[in-house]
Design a protein around this ligand. Sequence first.
Ligand code: GLU
Length: 213
Amino acid sequence: MCGIVGFSSRTEEIEISDVVQMIKSLDYRGYDSWGLSSINNSKLQTQKFVGKINTEGHIGQSKTIIGHTRWATHGNVTKDNSHPHSSNDGKIALVHNGIIENHNELRKKLKVAGFKFYSQTDTEIIPNLIQFHLEKTNNIRKAFQNTLKELKGTYAIAFIHQDINNIFFARRDSPLVIGVMENAYIVSSDVTSFIEKTKKVIYLEDGDYGIIN
Ligand code: GLU
């Protein structure tokens, strides 16, 4: 288990501390480390932590944020292995619940294409595969679709790209729901993380993917 949250709005900023509270609301699912990425002035900012979620001291706001609680399946419980994971160009930050079964094969392919890896996780291949396809197609939607076609295993995924204030998401055999607010959307592993903000929910089916824009 473990969890994902994401907030996206065109007009409204959310306090980062508010998102940390949402991440914490998923702690009943179990976790060993956690982290979040936000876009500020078209730059990605990522913070990762091992151990308990500390809700104090998170300052700032953003219109686009993703967060994660990790339960390690591939690689030790370390800061480097915690999510979000970045693409080599530093523009994509991605969170993932589940297991990518063909990660070794995909890592080999990406290494041949010149990509480097900084964690022991299966997850780190995903943002790099998106960058790989984005460089080929120059189309983020196409790059995301081509990436999903290559992944074998289970996932709930959310990612952001620093040049685009959107959240991209997908699920297969891992839960993911969307909360609809007046001027914002929230993606989450569970409605408990946003039930105080909205009761409007989109339940995703296995194999669904999309963009909050
Ligand atoms: N397989 C990934 C990892 O080990 C994700 C684990 C999770 O679902 O938190 O980092």
